[in-house]
Write a protein that binds this ligand. Structure first.
Ligand code: SAH
Ligand code: SF4
Ligand code: F3S
Length: 435
């Protein structure tokens, strides 16, 4: 048998890319590749890229510059660009960096094996179509054995919302839901391979229409799988939180009390300019209903500061919204102009203003995160242990609220859910003892 070829994948961006990278590794596994952890002696390097903000996209070209040196030393090395930059910039990537052999958009990963063959014959391969066929359908089944206790499972892709700042509708295409039968089969396989917690993924995961009762319907089907103990989903859009999904947060024991529900801004004027199609009050009402269903639910969100036209008052409205809602943790970003989006036409705010606002918002969000973590001290939580900690005898897992929890525990706790009493809150983690 011939030596396996070595594949190095570097993943940027969101969890959908993490999931896709795994699937690409499997697809190329069928072509004799094994995945390696460093690029140094790889036979193929794939970059799975993100286009969401300018910085993310720029990173691709600086990293390609570094891989170029590897290729100079080893001319057989093949270099591919996948993901959202591949979709957005296509053949331009090869024009800017001619040593790239392959460019593949997120909807064409099932065509990778054929593209790999072409590249081996010295050809260049580019595929950024939005094909009719399901990209997941023809990808190999996941191998067993090597699974940890948690896994991502993509159920929905693409976005029809067209927020004025965002590239995702262009890089990932229209909203498409995978049929529930395939998802349930994949979930059952994962559980058989040792997975205890599944996070359902989608750019707008709660716009899932592959089940007649939407995402809640799918969650209730997953709830029936023995051995699956926890279900999460991300990222959801406020306008797609339907009654059944809100109710499930109160009634489905396997659905964890954590919800990432981005609002972006607290100003009605800016929400309108962003084309979010909901108001600040709509969001408050929604949060109240979700908390009625599940009072201990921990909320997370995304915010953009410095959207074109944002005044001091608009920004204050965002700060006010954050104070009123109270987040367990959240992400915040400076607005970044993206080519081709409607907001790119508008006048930009000065960088100093954006920096100042970002700092103020992040200080407030950190304060809330620390307060939330501190409030866990003395409480009991359920922890799904995932791996050994750096300290001897320590194991690390996640609580139902998605907090990282460290505890002294035997290695056997890996893959099991144990009750833990929280003793201490540190930066980004909680420390406790097994009960
Ligand atoms: N589908 C999800 C998330 C998409 S991207 C949603 O609708 O919430 C993740 C986050 O990146 C967004 O929530 C937004 O806060 C941020 N983002 C997207 N485009 C951006 C841009 N042009 N500049 C800065 N942040 C952006
Ligand atoms: Fe982007 Fe808006 Fe779609 Fe989220 S809902 S992916 S922010 S366009
Ligand atoms: Fe980035 Fe594409 Fe995800 S732009 S955030 S990798 S959908």
């Amino acid at each position: 048998m011939s030596e396996p070829k070595k594949l190095f994948i570097k993943t940027y961006g969101c969890q959908m890319n993490v999931y896709d990278s795994e699937r690409m590794a499997e697809a190329l596994g069928g072509k004799g590749y094994i995945q390696v952890q460093t690029p140094d002696d790889a036979d193929m390097i794939l970059m799975n890229t993100c286009h969401i903000r300018e910085k993310a996209a720029e990173k691709v070209y600086s990293e390609l510059g570094r891989f170029k040196k590897l290729k100079e030393a080893k001319p057989d090395l093949k270099i591919g660009v996948a993901g959202c930059v591949a979709q957005a910039e296509g053949e331009e990537i090869m024009a800017r960096q001619p040593m790239v052999d392959l460019v593949v958009g997120p909807q064409s990963y099932h065509r990778l094996p054929a593209m790999e063959e072409a590249v081996q014959q010295g050809k260049k391969a580019v595929d950024t179509d939005f094909p009719e066929e399901d990209k997941f359908d023809t990808l190999n089944k996941r191998p067993r054995a090597t699974r940890g206790p948690t896994a991502f499972l993509t159920v929905q892709e693409g976005c029809d919302k067209f927020c004025a700042f965002c590239v995702v509708p262009y890089t990932r295409g229209a909203e498409v839901s995978r049929p529930k039968e395939r998802i349930l089969r994949e979930a059952a396989d994962l559980v058989e391979a040792g997975v205890r917690e599944i996070t359902l993924l989608g750019q707008n995961v709660n716009a899932y229409h592959g089940h007649e009762k939407g995402l809640a319907g799918l969650i209730w089907e997953l709830d029936k799988i023995d051995g699956l103990e926890r279900i999460r989903f991300t990222t959801s859009h406020p306008n797609d939180m339907d009654d059944a999904l809100i109710e499930a947060h109160g009634t489905c024991d396997k659905l964890m009390p954590y919800l990432h529900l981005p609002v972006q801004s607290g100003s009605d004027k800016i929400l309108k300019a962003m084309n979010r199609k909901h108001t600040r009050d709509d969001y408050f009402r929604l949060i109240d209903r979700i908390r009625d269903a599940r009072p201990d639910l921990l909320l997370s969100g995304d915010f953009i500061v410095g959207f074109p036209g944002e005044t001091d008052q608009d920004f204050e409205d965002t700060m006010g919204l954050v104070r009123r809602v109270g987040y367990g943790q959240a992400y915040s970003f400076k607005y970044s102009t993206r080519p081709g989006t409607p907001a790119a036409e508008k006048a930009q705010l000065p960088d100093e203003v954006m920096n100042e606002r970002l700092q103020a918002l992040q200080a407030l969000l950190t304060e809330q995160q620390v307060a939330t973590q501190n409030s866990m001290v003395g409480k009991e939580v359920s922890v799904l242990f995932e791996k050994a900690g750096r300290q001897e005898g320590q194991m690390i897992g996640k609580s139902e609220y998605l907090h990282a929890v460290h505890a002294t525990a035997p290695a056997e706790v890996k893959g099991t859910i144990r009750r833990v009493r929280i003793l201490e809150s540190r930066t980004n983690s909680l420390h406790g003892e097994l009960i």
